[in-house]
Write a protein that binds this ligand. Structure first.
Ligand SMILES: [Fe+2]
Ligand SMILES: [Fe+2]
Length: 285
């Protein structure tokens, strides 16, 4: 008799406390979803959360962020960074605060956040360049694409670390191991959380299919995220827990209708993204 494999339901029913969605994230996601939102909407949100506003100023004034002048308040931050950038930072800081595993984790979640932020920035940059999707949604998909890994760890840290070990021994990705051992994977678990949080449906699909080669064309944000993951790995580093060699896939840009030239121009435009990601995680975790 074979044991039944653990599925999405088992995992989500056994996660001890579902991370509750902070009010500030509900408000920020509403501005992401609304193409007519403006700097004032974002400012209004931040004014009501002084701790977050202070944290944002700490991030943008940190050395690795590389601003030439000191940013003293939110108005100045909006002028110098633009409100999209400011919203991305606010969203990132709030999400890390809500979901981060604090203390004693055996897995390098800090590095996973840096990876996720890099992917978010790249996905947004590609969307902006191609003009086929909304950069702000691409950003959030990139930021949250691996959030299911955090829930997997919360469900069973021992199982999680065993999967990391298997991935290492077999030179494969964490997701491959999950899909073999379980009846679900971090992509499905992460999209479940996004659903619980009432996030827009294209965002849920982007997370759900980010590692599914057959769906990347049909779901634009999954495709963008997948290409951004590839670029982030080539340009900076492989996400912790993944031990597959970078897939040399000449047709990767094809998946999202990107020309080879665009691919390389985006790749060379992102020199500083890792520094920016480090700045966000450094001040937030
Ligand atoms: Fe990833
Ligand atoms: Fe993933």
């Amino acid at each position: 008799m074979s044991m039944e494999k653990i599925d999405l339901k088992t995992i989500t029913e056994h996660i001890e406390s579902l991370p509750t969605l902070p009010e500030v994230i509900i408000r920020l996601i509403a501005t992401v979803n609304d193409p007519d939102s403006s700097a004032d909407d974002v400012k209004e949100i931040l004014v009501h959360d002084p701790a977050l506003a202070a944290q944002i100023l700490k991030i943008v004034n940190s050395a690795s962020f590389g601003m030439y002048e000191r940013i003293g308040d939110l108005n100045q931050a909006i002028v110098l960074l633009g409100f999209n950038r400011l919203r991305d930072i606010a969203f990132t800081a709030s999400v890390i605060k809500a979901l981060n595993i604090r203390g004693g984790a055996q897995f390098d979640f800090r590095r996973l956040w840096v990876h996720s932020i890099v992917v978010a920035q790249l996905a947004a940059q590609i969307a902006k360049t191609l003009k086929t999707a909304r950069p702000e949604i691409a950003y959030v998909v990139g930021l949250l694409h691996d959030v299911g890994k955090i829930l997997m760890y919360r469900y069973d840290p021992k199982m999680f670390m065993e999967f990391v070990r298997l991935a290492k021994d077999e030179h494969t990705s964490f997701g491959e191991v999950e899909r073999r051992m379980l009846d679900t994977d971090h992509a499905e678990v992460g999209s479940w959380l996004a659903e619980q949080w009432n996030f827009p449906v294209e965002l849920i699909h982007g997370i759900r299919y980010h590692e599914n080669p057959e769906k990347l064309k049909a779901y634009i944000y999954a495709g963008l995220c997948n290409v951004a993951m590839y670029m982030g790995t080539v340009k900076f580093f492989a996400p912790p827990g993944d031990f597959n060699p970078v897939p040399v896939d000449a047709a990767i840009w094809d998946r999202i209708g990107m020309e080879k030239q665009v691919f390389f121009s985006v790749l060379s435009a992102v020199e500083r993204e890792k520094d920016l990601a480090e700045a966000m995680v450094g001040a937030g975790v």
